[in-house]
Design a protein around this ligand. Structure first.
Ligand code: SAH
Ligand code: F3S
Length: 437
């Protein structure tokens, strides 16, 4: 019997990579991938637990997906929300047969067998040795790929559920990561993003993140190397040097700051001050000319005063971020911040959010307008949602819409940025003869 599995993915890049792992595991056991839930015997939803609205979205979607569940079929919840709620999810959503956390994917074939036989099963154990090293992920063939180098997190940011959903930090062996990247390059992938919750604290017992960057950068045919997300306090001089000396490492860093106020950073248990954060940025800017920065910011953390929030607003300008993902603080049961006093009201958080978004957009817009006319190397990644255009990316992480055929996907071009919406760009491809100008 051919069994078909459909996986829907929510949340971060690591979940995207984990879904590819699960497909790898299941295809090895004779499953085939379904792109449409209507064609599938097994429906899996890979979930995020970082904010309540991410979980609510999944609950809503489960209601829709259960319509596709066949007789003898399985509807499963996997990932961080599965880990957070565990067997309680089985009680809460009657049509769900299977709940598996991020360290339990190896048991999926067996658990699916039980679920197909009518059991309702869960596996939410942490296995700190689990790297899924022997599982080749099944990926869409693409010019870009995610490679997980570190799982779990040992930090204890007081707002964050991740240490409770992904377990303790562990790094893969450098040689294994390099082997995976070489395999990807052999399949025509030329850009890789290394993934970890605090990726720059990578250490496999022998090699640190600087070694990893240098080794990955030496893989012949790999033209671009990115990583996400680094922890601001963990940028050593060695890592900055490795970034500067490894030509494949792109001139962009996503550097989550969370807040511009030292009092808030302290209550968040972030291990840096505003001043130290800015110093790290300065060091990176000095070592890597043209580097750009994006960040994550939380508004309305417990105890955040108007003055604290104004510190965050002023940081947006002072740090001169190119982009920022902004989140309203979301209470996560089981995290230390739940017990902090002075929770910020929804109204105040919403109005701060609106002011922050304005500041972030205004700064990005000003920077992007100044970029029009510049020449950049881009990698054509995929078709754009609009019309026949293709979406390409500069090394510095700007998105550029190009009038090229789909056959250009995977190609590198030199383009002139011709216009901007304030966030994305239009561009024109320079002919090779002109490109030297
Ligand atoms: N270490 C990871 C963080 C994962 S969570 C990384 O650096 O990518 C991703 C982002 O979600 C965080 O940077 C934070 O800005 C946001 N976030 C996490 N918990 C949150 C919460 N309880 N409420 C609002 N935003 C949160
Ligand atoms: Fe979360 Fe902080 Fe780790 S944001 S993933 S606890 S570094």
């Amino acid at each position: 019997m051919s069994r078909r599995v459909y996986i829907e993915t929510y949340g971060c890049q690591m979940n995207v990579a984990d879904s590819e792992l699960m497909l790898g595991l299941l295809c090895r056991e004779g499953y085939a991938r379904a792109d449409d839930p209507a064609d599938a015997d097994v429906l899996l939803v890979n979930t995020c637990a970082v904010r309540d609205n991410a979980e609510q979205r999944v609950i809503g979607r489960m209601g829709e997906l259960q319509r596709y569940k066949r007789k003898g079929g399985v509807l499963g919840v996997v990932g961080c929300m599965a880990q957070r709620l565990g067997p309680a999810l089985l009680a809460q959503v009657p049509r769900v047969d299977l709940v598996v956390g991020p360290d339990g994917y190896r048991n999926l074939p067996e658990l699916l067998g039980l679920a197909q036989a009518g059991d309702r099963v869960s596996d939410t154990e942490f296995r700190s040795w689990e790297h899924y090293e022997d599982v080749p992920p099944v990926r869409e063939k693409a010019p870009t790929a995610f490679v997980t180098v570190q799982r779990g997190c040992d930090y204890r940011c007081t707002f964050c559920i991740v240490p409770r959903t992904r377990g303790p930090e562990r790094s893969r062996k450098l040689a294994d990561v390099v082997r995976e990247i070489s395999g990807l390059v052999a399949q025509d992938t030329t850009e890789v993003t290394l993934l970890g919750q605090t990726v720059n604290s990578y250490h496999d017992g022998e090699h640190d993140f600087a070694d990893l960057l240098r080794a990955a950068g030496q893989v012949e045919g790999l033209r671009r190397l990115r990583f996400t997300s680094p922890y601001p306090a963990d940028f050593t001089t060695r890592v900055i040097e490795a970034m500067a000396r490894t030509p494949a490492v792109c001139e962009h860093v996503h550097l989550p700051v969370q807040s511009g106020s030292n009092a808030v950073l302290k209550r968040m248990l972030r291990r840096y001050t505003r001043e130290r954060y800015l110093e790290v940025m300065r060091e990176l800017r000095q070592a890597i000319p043209g580097i750009t920065f994006s960040t994550d910011i939380i508004v309305g953390f417990p105890g955040e005063t108007e003055a604290d929030f104004e510190q965050t607003l002023s940081l947006v300008t002072e740090a001169d971020f190119d982009d920022a993902y902004t989140f309203k603080y979301s209470v996560r049961e089981g995290t230390p911040a739940v017990r902090l006093r002075d929770h910020v009201s929804e109204d105040v958080a919403s109005s701060r959010m609106a002011r922050l978004v304005d500041a972030v957009r205004g700064n990005a817009r000003r920077k992007n307008i100044a970029r029009v006319g510049q020449i950049h190397e881009v990698l054509v990644e995929r078709p754009a949602k609009r019309g026949d255009l293709q979406l390409a990316r500069t090394r510095t992480n700007q998105l550029v819409l190009l009038d090229l055929p789909a056959s250009a996907i995977g190609e590198y071009h030199r383009v002139r940025l011709t216009g901007t919406t304030g966030s994305t760009f239009t561009g024109s491809v320079l002919l090779p003869a002109l490109a030297v100008l």
